[in-house]
Design a protein around this ligand. Structure first.
Ligand code: FEO
Length: 389
């Protein structure tokens, strides 16, 4: 079938997963998550990525409908993580004449996951290679560590479409009318955040392309103002600079006294004119707290002492901040300890490993429940934070 440039289309064929308990076995997804997959229909047909095995059946039904009796000539594998690659074997078996397109790192991973060798059906591409489908040509660009080493993106010049793998993904639906920034930030910081340098490298490659539309592997397709906003946010996030002036106040309290003090401190910070987002690390979404720490210019940590260290929800939070490359923020600290307070020393030890932090005075120690002296210290800390930001 001959297809003109204008007739050729990109059809979303992915699936929404609304009852997944934890994405990647760790991230709460109260608004669900989508596994996006696309079909390009041209003289040749290309499927771009598969879906998580939880949705293989639904996806195949979408794909068959979009194919309208044709068979796929190519499967392009941008990313081997199983939420996108988990249905490759099924598709390859269903369409034995289909060629699998990946790079030199893709196919060893595919074999490692499936125990199968697809070498006789593999088309191995490298940086800058093109795949002509007719009026449309995909050009491939490697994007290592955005967010695995084998990741590549592809650009379709005729339509100005970037197929961005995990890049520009968002938790939640594919509805472009749903707010993008908060769930995209929570997704980016927690999943890709460690690799800001590599994201900057990808953004530089993208800047040389005339991109009109971005098709990510999670969340909505982006174009126009939504795409401009996404590019602006990705530049901020991947440079580790604060997005908003304000404070993420993260607290970890065993019996509630540390929490009460933290919430009093939150009001004092607000009285200084600061925006404050307070999160109970023991009960609320820690991934939201990690994203918030990167969002704001200030961070306050308040934690109980525990086992001669710090209460585990705070220890885990600090471990995650460190692993994501948290840096260049202003930090206030509050510890609580009824005897031998140890949280401060442990928190400071973890923060020492992070670059460019400005630790404010006073560092506050509460002995069981906040006293008036503690409240005066908290006011002083709130003032110091307001001056620093
Ligand atoms: Fe959505 Fe890195 O997989």
């Amino acid at each position: 079938m001959m297809t003109s440039k204008l007739d050729a289309v990109v059809v979303p064929v992915g699936c929404f997963d609304g009852d997944l308990d934890l994405f990647e076995s760790q991230y709460a997804v109260p608004n669900g998550v989508s596994y996006n997959s696309y079909l390009i229909v041209d003289e040749k047909t290309a499927v771009l990525d598969t879906v998580d095995p939880r949705k293989t059946g639904d996806w195949l039904a979408n794909l068959e409908q979009a194919l309208a009796g044709r068979t796929p000539d190519y499967l392009v594998i941008h990313h081997m993580e199983p939420d996108h690659a988990g249905s490759i074997s099924t598709l390859a078996d269903k369409y034995p004449d289909m060629t699998l397109v990946g790079n030199a790192k893709t196919f060893p991973m595919l074999t490692a996951f499936t125990g199968r060798d697809f070498g006789d059906r593999a088309l191995i591409v490298k940086e800058g290679d093109g795949l002509s489908l007719g009026a449309h040509t995909l050009t491939f660009y490697t994007a290592p560590m955005v967010h695995w080493p084998e990741v590549m993106v592809s650009f379709e010049k005729a339509s100005g479409t970037l197929f961005a793998a995990d890049g520009f993904g968002r938790f939640g639906s594919t509805n472009p009318d749903d707010p993008w920034v908060d769930e995209a930030r929570r997704y980016y910081i927690n999943i890709v955040g460690k690799y800001g340098v590599q994201v900057q490298a990808l953004l530089k490659k993208a800047a040389g392309l005339d991109i009109k539309t971005v098709c990510p592997l999670h969340g909505p397709i982006l174009s126009g103002e939504a795409l401009a906003l996404a590019l602006e946010k990705y530049d901020i996030w991947s440079r580790y600079v604060p997005e908003d002036k304000g404070v993420l106040l993260a607290y970890a309290s065993i019996h509630g006294n540390t929490a009460r003090a933290a919430l009093e401190l939150a009001e004092m910070l607000r009285a200084e004119g600061l925006t404050v987002e307070a999160i109970d690390l023991a009960r609320q979404d820690w991934a939201q707290a990690v994203a918030g720490a990167f969002r704001y210019s200030g961070l306050v940590l308040a934690a109980s002492s525990y086992d001669a260290g710090v209460f585990p929800p705070m220890a885990q939070f600090l471990m995650r901040l460190k692993s994501k490359g948290f840096r260049d923020r202003t930090v206030g600290l509050v510890e609580n300890g009824s005897w031998g307070p140890s949280a401060m020393k442990t928190m400071l030890g973890e923060l020492e490993a992070m670059k460019g932090l400005d630790i404010l005075e006073p560092k506050i120690t509460i002995r069981s429940a906040a006293t008036d002296e503690n409240r005066a210290q908290m006011k002083e800390l709130a003032r110091a934070m307001a001056q620093a930001l």
